[in-house]
Structure formats: structure tokens, C-alpha cells
Design a protein around this ligand. Structure first.
Ligand code: FAD
Length: 317
């Protein structure tokens, strides 16, 4: 079922979460052990992230270094199918532009369609770690909006290099990313919003936000979206802080601010156990206010750890 249909059918705020594919070589059992404790909160859908290739340098026998491409967390689409079969719950594979030609994108979407996956989160992806800016494949997409357009075309039966095939259209519900604190590459918040609107105009049906720790940023972002005519559901993305080091890690990785009250309390934590407790309490307070404001769904970044998300959900659902 489509994510947006779940919103339409819902009587209360929904609970959903995002997981990472296991590291290469690990089994699905570890992943299910992570998902199992969260299933009692009845997520209507689970997101699975996509991880592009990284470059590593291996030393050859002659001492020279060889640059090799490797993917540490492959398997997004297969994992989605396995979760749908095992838990009978919808999944949302993330699909990125980086590393994909248009044809590879089309093939990935055809696989998803055959596997009964109805949703996809369309993203640009970040640059590879060794590069300073995003470089698309020679025949790939520059922006998430181009990817949204390709999916929307397939939904209309328009495949690459084919005449329109009326009998064989897909019917994906497409989500996209939004940034309450602005995407770090955008020259300003207004420009970032205009590009977000373009994604919606081209066919995106809902938005999931980057994590934020100050609800005012989310409420202002939603108000600004509505003002320029973005009228699709906007899901707040929430991440509970779990370690002291995230005080500096999260701002540097995700280009966001940690409010002073939370930052000071985190600095005062004597260890990671105390930090995790603080993170849970903060996320519960954030969630309660967001639920009161009538958000359709609270979307949690579990990042491979279900403990904190479970403790938060126990207090809310
Ligand atoms: P875009 O919407 O393409 O925007 C990228 C930048 O370009 C922005 O600054 C925007 O303002 C600007 N822009 C957009 N269109 C144009 C245009 N036509 N002309 C000029 N400028 C333009 N990354 C992964 O690799 N895998 C994941 O699974 C993943 N999941 C994510 C889930 C969520 C909810 C979020 C918020 C992010 C996720 N990311 C993931 C990270 C994401 O890929 C990065 O933030 C990436 O840098 C931007 O992706 P985007 O889809 O927002 O890009």
C-alpha cells in the first residue's frame, strides 16, 4: 500500500522508522533482531537506506596503491522485499542518483515493481567520500527532482527509449527529502524551498525531513512550504541522541544545530548512558509537541539501534 494511503486511513499519528542495510557479509537475522522490538508499535511502513560505493586503497605486492570501489551496505531492494514478506508491512527503499545511470535506475525500479514495492524515497545522495562535490554518472541524474521525473514518467508508462506503453505503467508513491535547517549546498533557505517545490511539482507525494532538535525549525519550515504552495504531508524526521560525541558529530555530518539547552545538558552528562537517557527524554518531548500539532507520522532514524527508539515509542504509542 502507498505511504499516502496509510496517512489517509490513519486515525492517529503513525510511527515509522528507517533502517540501514547490514554490513556486507552479515545476515538478515541481525536486521530482524533490530526490527522485532519495534513491530509492536505497528509501523505501517519501514524505510531502508541506500549506500553508494566508497573508494578504498589496497596496497599491491609492488608497494603501489590500487584504488578500488566497494559497497559496504548493499542490498536495499532485496532487504525491502524480505521485510515485506516476513512482517507483511510496506517498505520504502531509498533510491539515489549517485552511482546510477538512468538505465540502471529504470532497472532498479522495475525490480521494485516486480517485488510488490509500492513506495520509493527519491534522493540525490551525497558525494563519494573522496570527492568534494556531487558528480553524477555520465548518463545519470544531477538532482533528486530529475529522479522524481523519471519515476513519474514510469508511472505514466513512459520508459527510457520506448514509446509510451499504456499497459505497463508502475504506480510508485514517491517521497523526497526536505531540510528545515536548509540543505548545506543551497545558497539560501528560499532557493532550497523552490527546489523542494520542484520535486513536488514533478510528482513527489510526501516529504520526510532531515533530523532536527528544535521543533520551531520544523514548524517554520512547514509554514514556509505551505506559503509557497507545497501542500503534501511533511513527516518530521527524529533522531534520539545516544552518545556524548554526537554533540559535535551530528552538526558536522548533518549540518544542523543542537539547541543550547540540549547541548549544555549533553555536555554535563557523565557518560553515554546518561546521554542516551537525555536523548530519549528530549525526543519524547519533541514527539509529544509534534503529535499535538497533528503531524501525520513520526519518522525515526534508528541508525541500526532500536533501544532508544523503542523506549521513546513506549511512551507515545
Ligand atoms: P536534491 O533535492 O537534489 O538537492 C541537492 C541540493 O541541490 C540542494 O542544495 C538543493 O537546494 C539543490 N538543488 C536541487 N535542485 C536544483 C536545481 N535544479 N538547480 C540547482 N540546485 C538545485 N543519502 C543517501 O546516500 N542514502 C540514503 O538512503 C539517504 N536517505 C536520506 C533520507 C532523508 C529523509 C534525508 C533528509 C536525507 C537522506 N540522504 C540519503 C541524504 C541526501 O542524499 C543528501 O542530503 C543529499 O546531499 C541531498 O539529497 P536530496 O535528495 O535532498 O537532493
Amino acid at each position: 500500500m502507498k505511504v499516502t494511503e496509510h496517512f489517509k486511513n490513519a486515525k492517529d499519528t503513525l510511527f515509522s522508522f528507517e533502517i540501514l542495510p547490514p554490513l556486507k557479509g552479515q545476515t538478515l537475522k541481525g536486521l530482524f533482531d533490530h526490527i522485532d522490538p519495534l513491530m509492536e508499535f505497528k509501523p505501517p511502513f519501514i524505510d531502508v537506506t541506500y549506500h553508494r560505493e566508497e573508494y578504498v586503497y589496497k596496497q599491491r605486492e609492488n608497494g603501489l596503491l590500487e584504488k578500488r570501489s566497494t559497497r559496504k551496505r548493499p542490498g536495499t531492494v532485496g532487504i525491502c522485499a524480505a521485510i515485506q514478506n516476513h512482517y507483511k508491512v510496506d517498505t520504502v527503499p531509498h533510491l539515489i542518483c549517485g552511482g546510477f545511470s538512468k538505465e540502471e535506475t529504470e532497472n532498479a525500479l522495475i525490480d521494485m515493481h516486480f517485488l510488490g514495492i509500492d513506495n520509493v524515497l527519491a534522493l540525490r545522495g551525497d558525494c563519494v567520500k573522496s570527492e568534494s562535490r556531487f558528480v553524477p554518472e555520465p548518463d545519470g541524474h544531477h538532482y533528486a527532482s530529475d529522479l522524481v521525473k523519471q519515476i513519474d514518467d514510469m508511472n505514466k508508462g513512459r520508459y527510457l527509449d520506448e514509446e509510451q506503453i499504456d499497459c505497463c505503467n508502475t504506480d510508485f508513491c514517491v517521497g523526497v527529502a526536505g531540510y528545515p535547517e536548509k540543505h548545506f549546498e543551497a545558497p539560501n533557505a528560499r532557493a532550497d524551498l523552490r527546489w523542494l517545490k520542484k520535486k513536488v511539482d514533478l510528482g513527489a507525494k510526501y516529504i520526510v525531513t532531515q533530523m532536527f532538535f528544535d521543533n520551531k525549525k520544523y514548524f517554520d519550515f512547514v509554514a514556509n512550504c505551505r506559503e509557497i504552495g507545497i501542500d503534501v504531508p511533511i513527516l518530521p524526521g527524529l533522531k534520539p541522541i545516544t552518545t556524548k560525541s554526537q554533540l559535535t558529530l551530528l552538526p558536522s555530518l548533518f549540518h544542523l544545530e543542537i539547541p543550547d539547552e540540549l547541548a549544555s545538558a549533553l555536555e554535563a552528562c557523565k557518560d553515554n548512558k546518561a546521554a542516551a537517557e537525555l536523548g530519549i527524554n528530549w525526543a519524547v518531548q519533541q514527539s509529544k509537541e509534534l503529535m499535538l500539532a497533528g503531524v501525520p507520522c513520526l519518522h525515526f532514524y534508528s541508525m541500526g539501534k532500536s533501544d532508544s527508539v523503542r523506549k521513546i515509542a513506549e511512551q507515545l504509542f
